[in-house]
Design a protein around this ligand. Sequence first.
Ligand SMILES: C[S@@+](CC[C@H](N)C(=O)[O-])C[C@H]1O[C@@H](n2cnc3c(N)ncnc32)[C@H](O)[C@@H]1O
Length: 350
Amino acid sequence: MKNKLKVLDLFSGCGGLSYGFVRAGFDVVAGIDNWKDSLITFERNHPGSKGILMDLGNFDPKNLEKITGKIDVVVGGPPCQGFSISGKRNPNDPRNGLYTSFVKTVKQLRPKAFVLENVPNLVAMSGGKIKNKILKDFTALGYEVKYKVMLASDYGVPQNRRRVVFVGTLGHNSFIFPEPTFSDPESKATAGQAISDLPEGSVKDGTENKKKPVSDYQAKMRKKSNKIFNHEITNHDQKTTDIIALVPDGGNYKDLPDHLKNTRRVNIAWTRYSSNKPSFTIDTGHRHHFHYKWNRIPTVRESARLQSFPDDFVFMGSKTSQYKQVGNAVPPLMAEQIAKALAKALNKKI
Ligand SMILES: C[S@@+](CC[C@H](N)C(=O)[O-])C[C@H]1O[C@@H](n2cnc3c(N)ncnc32)[C@H](O)[C@@H]1O
């Protein structure tokens, strides 16, 4: 255990990214966030890791090592609003400091490597200037940086979520992004394979799942626990239930009769997941995406399954907070593949 590479997660949230690193054999020492609920979830699901409640907006990492000890890898997803670059920057917007805090932390701790993840359009934002600034900032600190837009469903996650991932190592970078293991559309894990064993109605936390897993994916998610948590359904009003009942599996507002087509003014309105495809990106609880079969939005547990959180990973806080924690996260299965590739590059046996 002593030889595990030590990880610090900045903007950790509930720890989707961290959880992938744990699964790959790293020791996640601590996660830092300014959102208490997410840290309670983080600590519950990362035994031995510290959840540090701290504002990373204007952060001085000088004394950080006293709390964390020597860190080998800094990981994290600074909120993308923190990337506005000079010229357009509002100096009074406290979010400007968030990315800078990540850079300052890497500068202070000088880890062997860092992993920075974000929304994919970061690459093209401001005509590529933001991406170039990231490359330049870390190169100046002695890191060789590689980046790639990764699609979660290529790595066994039943969701077509894209994230850009920057991986830098001190000195020569031998990191190779993991090859997609599920690039053939036929091979991808589907929403049906992910959640069909979860009940239509609410269940009390800790209830035994009486259904048998019917896919490899379900068996994987239930490997450590056969209990169901975070599965409280949302009761919609009758009008909403009646409208969504008219949309078929995989359909959307276009399947509704003309007089109902424009009842919600968003282009993703009245969309049902497709049972035989990966889901589209899980959001933080906007109530526009419905279960492929039941006339309701997915529960937190169903969303967590689509994000590849196993059933023993339990979310804390209010239901609204839980949806946000799940929707914010890096899918652990994808994070695990990144972490394994990094361990290989850092020459560590895992
Ligand atoms: C996209 S989420 C990170 C998700 C995480 N990487 C995961 O995989 O679960 C961004 C996080 O940044 C946190 N955050 C935003 N502003 C912050 C600040 N000023 N200080 C610390 N954390 C902040 C949010 O609370 C949120 O948890």
